[in-house]
Write a new protein. Structure first.
Length: 196
């Protein structure tokens, strides 16, 4: 039932967004501010997404946002809502949107810190996987590597699952790492990172 409600809400939200897009002026005639207003329908007016499985993009690394927009446009990353939105974007649009969101403050979702045993398991898994070699010591990311600290636990868990099942295929290295790590360790990592 919960899955049915979530699916229905995504269909409705997707319809609203597509309605906004289809009624909007051509992409070349829109300013960056007008383009990012469409993003707020899902990613939140205040940077807090309307659904916990949608990522925070406020304060995210500009290079990472650009790469994801590019991958949605190319079809390398699949999403029935994102692909129609970015289909008309040019490279300059994507770079401007990425920079716009990167300059916003990272929102606090108010997620609690993980329990000590969960944190210990997560840090042990991190040492095995080597997350900080790309995401840096405080999981803040840099350049084209995303910030993970403070991201929604539900989004992190969904992303991990999507990499493991290859539903998300725009980063094969992440798929390999997620498949080599136990589900329990990955669940601990998602909880730990969300609470940072």
């Amino acid at each position: 039932m919960k899955l049915m409600v979530r699916t229905l809400s995504r269909i409705i939200l997707g319809g609203i967004i597509l309605g906004v897009i289809s009624n909007a002026a051509p992409a070349v005639a829109q300013s960056t501010a007008e383009k990012v207003e469409v993003c707020a329908a899902c990613h939140g007016q205040n940077g807090k997404p309307v659904d916990k499985t949608i990522p925070i993009i406020w304060g995210q690394q500009a290079g990472y946002i650009y790469i994801q927009l590019r991958d949605f446009k190319r079809g390398d990353r699949k999403n029935e809502i994102m692909q129609p939105i970015v289909s008309s974007f040019e490279k300059e649009d994507m770079l401007a949107i990425a920079e716009y969101f990167a300059q916003k403050p990272w929102p606090n979702l108010g997620q609690p810190r993980s329990a000590k045993d969960v944190a210990q398991r997560a840090l042990s898994a991190e040492r095995s996987v080597g997350c900080t070699s790309c995401h840096l010591d405080q999981f803040q990311g840099a350049g084209t590597t995303p910030r993970l600290a403070g991201q929604s636990q539900e989004y992190l868990a969904k992303t991990i699952a999507d990499f493991r099942t290859r539903a998300r295929g725009n980063n094969p290295g992440m798929t390999d790492l997620m498949r080599a790590t136990s589900p329990d360790d990955l669940a601990a990592l998602a909880e730990y990172l969300g609470g940072l």
